[in-house]
Design a binder for this molecule. Structure first.
Ligand SMILES: [Zn+2]
Length: 85
């Protein structure tokens, strides 16, 4: 196997889309297994996958926080409507 000459942390060019698909759940089955195997062997792709997952997790949890804050507001206004004045 040839040594990677990318910048620090850059994944293999032909793996980037596949790894993104794995991280967001759109790539499954054999392709996913292949990408994960490659990421476990390749330092650059492994780091890239970890960063992708962290980013997606952060996005997802911030979205959840927003959603729950919104639903709390809605719940509070419902309670205000229901409670006698
Ligand atoms: Zn790689």
């Amino acid at each position: 196997m040839k040594l990677h000459t990318h910048d620090e942390g850059a994944p293999c060019r032909n793996m980037e889309n596949l790894l993104q698909g794995v991280a967001d759940g759109s790539v499954r089955g054999v392709k996913k297994a292949y990408a994960l195997w490659h990421a476990s062997q390749c330092h650059h792709c492994g780091n890239f996958l970890i960063r992708l997952r962290l980013t997606l997790d952060a996005l997802r949890s911030s979205r959840e926080r927003e959603t729950s804050a919104e639903s709390m507001e809605r719940l509070k206004s419902k309670i205000r409507e229901l409670s006698p004045h």
